[in-house]
Design a protein. Structure first.
Length: 317
């Protein structure tokens, strides 16, 4: 009779699974009795005794893997045990889009319960972490390839950021660094300029034009005067700037400092990297937003001032 009950408990899904998937986290260094209790408390097995007996029969009592598991509806105790034996932990999908910053990534990782934002930002700015990766800037900013990632709870910020840096290096075309060097840029300079192009451009087909403006300014030793660099300096990302903001003395303020800032301000995508290495053959030195997507480009300051007045008037109506 007892054997019959145990068999029924092993092969009959727990009632909690009738309502859909259940996520349960198995802490590290938890013995089979503790694992059984955790699973029973989460409602994904019917009986601790049946689970323990099954692990003894299968010889897997010492092979259960810690982690966060997502148990599907209709999964019986044997299915739950197989999950823990194989270590098929729950994957958290994290999107790091083009133009996103380390701060935005840190917030997303925290929302997914993978790592705290504070811990991620600490590692991202830690020289001891940056040095072995060959990152000369003040942080890992710009070296994180924009992509969709799958992370699991329990990964450290070091592991997460290293994977993203490695993906960037894997995605760079073999001739990218050679082309950058021919333009006087190393990888750090390329990522820095490309990140500014990425944050300035909304319409993809304007990237080469925006790239040309910045290259033309660099050649003339003109300040880049890129609003996104000031937003980055003041932690006002994607927010409007004031006249006072533009006067702040900060290494990332390209209104006050000529040349490139000390490092990237976001993660540039492949499109921005390509545009940075292949600017449009134009003589533009200025651009102003016509709307939320397009810009008007000018060669002279007189043309630019007229365009600024025209589009400011249009936006105020």
């Amino acid at each position: 009779m007892l054997a019959t009950v145990l068999v029924w408990e092993v092969f009959t899904p727990a009632p909690a699974l009738d309502g859909g998937r259940v996520v349960v986290e198995i802490p590290a260094h938890r013995g089979v009795f503790g694992v059984a209790a955790t699973l029973r408390d989460a409602g994904v097995i019917r009986s601790r005794a049946a689970f323990i007996a099954l692990t003894l029969v299968r010889g897997s009592a010492r092979k259960l893997r810690a982690g966060e598991y997502e148990v599907e509806p209709t999964t019986d105790t044997l299915g739950v045990l197989r999950l823990l034996e194989t270590g098929r932990v729950k994957q958290h999908v994290v999107l790091h889009p083009e133009g996103a910053t380390v701060t935005e990534l840190a917030g997303e990782l925290e929302r997914e319960g993978i790592a705290s934002a504070a811990a991620t930002l600490h590692v991202a700015h830690d020289p001891a972490f940056l040095r072995p990766l060959g990152i000369p800037g003040p942080s890992v900013e710009g070296y994180l390839f924009p992509d969709t990632y799958q992370f699991v709870r329990g990964m450290t910020p070091e592991e997460i950021l290293t994977r993203m840096v490695q993906r960037l290096r894997a995605k760079l075309a073999p001739d990218t660094l050679a082309r950058a060097r021919s333009r006087g840029l190393d990888l750090h300079g390329l990522l820095t300029l490309a990140s500014i192009v990425e944050r300035e451009a909304v319409a993809r087909d304007e990237m080469r034009l925006i790239s040309a403006v910045f290259w033309n300014r660099l050649k003339l030793d003109m300040p880049l005067q890129a609003d996104p660099t000031v937003q980055y300096a003041l932690d006002k990302e994607r927010r409007a700037l004031t006249r006072a903001d533009l006067l702040v003395d900060h290494p990332f303020n390209t209104y006050r400092r000529p040349g490139l800032p000390p490092g990237p301000i976001a993660s540039p995508g492949l499109g921005a990297l390509a545009a940075t290495l292949d600017p449009a053959p134009v003589k533009y030195l200025y651009f102003v937003a016509m709307d939320d997507r397009r810009h008007y480009f000018s060669t002279t300051i007189e043309q630019h001032n007229a365009a600024v007045a025209r589009y400011r008037l249009a936006r105020s109506r």
